[in-house]
Design a protein around this ligand. Structure first.
Ligand code: FES
Length: 352
């Protein structure tokens, strides 16, 4: 039953005036205030028996809470602390802990549920509009601020002493430049350094674990080898900057399993070299699934298919891993045949 179904004379008297003031649009307030929607009476507002039922329900919840609290005290005193019981699906647990948890939980829950039921069914739910106060300061306060300002300007003689005024304006204008100059300390501009790596024609591939140049026979089918350019040593000051661009993943595939023609052309006897830097946000890729030839970036699970040009088959990475063209030199060591031909890593390159 809603309040619409109740005869007017049976409705509580307070509701007719319960709504916020309604205003119409005019030049000062161009948006009309629609006021609050009509107040809906609850069944408890118009039916005393329903109100009594709610009252009893609230009292019952509070009574159960009292009993649970008494149960908590009794449990604490009577249940042995070394007794255990089986509770499905938890298993064997301390009987004392179980009893204390259940009784205290019930006591607190019933207090909360009783309070909520009381508020929702029996307490007044008449909507009340509270008008916002004006943001502007009162007229007399504003007049005083203006007067104080004019008085201060007059006493400082800033209008009369133009030399002081102009030099002060100059000083205030220039002082922020100090902060701008400090921005130079952020370091030299990168120039084109982010567009190139240390890889170049003839640069040998060096195993990052053993620090030895790699031969084709060092790369077994199914293994994942990490490589760096020959000459790049950890002791170097710019090692981290350079390895962040030049780190390589090397795997050996059966040439017949390589689906991408360019990948096959850039490989050596099935050995392919791809950038280890994920094209999403630049995490180092390190997980290789040899059956599927997939590599997985641990950061956000981008997955690349190394048998198909390292294209993205899952995850947020935007493009395939760049491949490095490789061959062997006259001494039989793996070498690069040039730099990467596409940018390594994430989005700088798309904006750069
Ligand atoms: S950095 Fe590799 S998936 Fe995000």
């Amino acid at each position: 039953m809603s309040s619409q179904d109740i005869p007017e004379e049976n409705l509580p008297a307070a509701q007719e005036h319960a709504h916020g003031a309604v205003s119409v649009a005019d030049e000062v307030n161009p948006f009309a205030d629609p006021g609050l929607p009509p107040h809906e009476h609850r069944i408890q507002d118009i039916d005393e028996r329903a109100a009594k039922r709610s009252e009893r329900a609230v009292a019952l919840l509070f009574t159960v809470s009292m009993l649970a609290t008494i149960g908590f005290i009794v449990s604490y005193v009577t249940v042995p602390h070394d007794k255990s019981i089986f509770v499905f699906p938890i298993g064997h647990i301390s009987a004392l802990n179980f009893a204390l948890g259940m009784t205290l939980g019930t006591a607190l829950f019933c207090i909360g549920a009783g309070a909520v039921h009381w508020a929702r069914t029996l307490m007044s739910d008449v909507e009340v509009a509270d008008e916002r106060h004006a943001i502007a300061a009162p007229e007399d306060v504003r007049a005083k601020v203006h007067a104080d300002f004019r008085q201060g300007a007059k006493e400082s003689a800033i209008g009369r002493r133009k030399l002081i005024r102009n030099t002060m304006l100059g000083a205030l204008t220039l002082v922020p430049l100090s902060g701008v100059m400090l921005l130079r300390d952020l370091g030299p501009l990168p120039g084109t350094s982010l567009r190139h790596t240390l890889w170049a024609k003839g640069k040998r591939l060096v195993n990052m674990n053993t620090n030895q140049p790699l031969r084709p026979e060092d790369v077994a089918v199914g293994s994942l080898t990490f490589a760096k350019p020959d000459g790049l040593e950890e002791a170097q000051e710019d090692f981290q900057n350079e390895i962040a661009k030049a780190a390589l993943m090397i795997v050996r595939l059966q040439p017949g399993n390589i689906k991408d023609k360019r990948e096959l052309d850039w490989s050596h006897e099935g050995i392919v070299a791809f950038s280890k830097i994920c094209t999403h946000v630049g995490c180092p890729i390190s997980l290789y699934e040899q059956q599927t030839h997939h590599v997985l970036c641990p950061c956000h699970q981008s997955t690349f298919d190394l048998s198909d040009g390292a294209r993205v088959i899952f995850g947020p990475a935007g493009h395939a891993l760049p491949q490095l063209r490789i061959g062997v030199d006259s001494e039989g060591y793996l070498q690069a045949l040039g730099d990467f031909e596409e940018p390594v890593g994430p989005a700088f390159w798309e904006r750069g």
